[in-house]
Ligand binder design. Sequence first.
Ligand code: F6P
Length: 326
Amino acid sequence: MNKKLCIGVLTSGGDAPGMNAAIRAVTRTAIYNGIEVKGIMRGYKGLVFNEIIPFKTENVSNIIQRGGTILKTARCDEFRTPEGRKTAYDNMVAAGINALVVIGGDGSMTGAYQFAREFDVPIAAMPGTIDNDLYGTDTTIGYDTALNTIMDAVDKIRDTATSHERLFFIEVMGRSAGFLALNGAIASGAEAAIIPEMYTEADQLDELISNGMRKSKNSSIVLVAESELTGGAMGLAKRVQEEYPQYDVRVSILGHLQRGGSPTASDRILASRMGEAAVNALLDGQRNVMIGIQNGNLVNVPFSKAIRDDKPIDRSLMNMVKILSI
Ligand code: F6P
């Protein structure tokens, strides 16, 4: 039974530090169990355009410490069409692959869910995204590294913000989720976080401004999640500068540097554990599950749950940001 399994592994969507550690863990766990494994290049694109490479243990040597993904990644329009998925399935079968491990974010998970239902392909997925926006897992591969990158960047910006007595709006990634902004603010001691999940509630910004940026402080840092709901750092800065011309306002958009860099120990360990668990799930005959982590324990989350768009954020932490910045 084990001998018959042939796993194809791919990374899809935005890359995240730790994806290479995940590819390594999947490859080596498969080979250890006598299972064939093949690397699929450029996410679902590699299935549609038939870029599939047989993997040996050496293919994943010396990659655990590297950011990005050796398999490359893409967002694939062709895979969104029924014809594209049919071609992907035919190529997969022709390559002898009969199970998939998909490493990616919510878009990749949605694609996997659809593919699995249409073609009855067993798939184990791993949450790989810096955004941490997948339901059913406390954290995702790449999130910890991105948080640390944000913390380092904000530490540096604080030096100049303090010297010039400025109010800085720093925009971080997260598309429609505030995990990076909120926890980045806590880790860097920022004065406020503006996140899409709470954009209609108590306007921290107004509070911060009306307190005169606090009597004990002459500079402030506000972390803003990139999102239409928050208006982004540029929008907020413009508003504040117009309303409070006495403040010297600056904007810094951290952008894609948040996605790069060597993964932290925490992300490497998470990716290794999840990679092993993904292969074991397929070996156990499980299908269409995302490996998640809850309270330190690995769990199998059905795709239908993982792609829900309401992963809760701990709202009490917003209040804590405020308390700790007095
Ligand atoms: O989903 C990961 C992510 O980094 C988001 O936080 C961000 O909005 C998006 O990808 C950026 O995508 P791209 O690299 O295609 O510009």
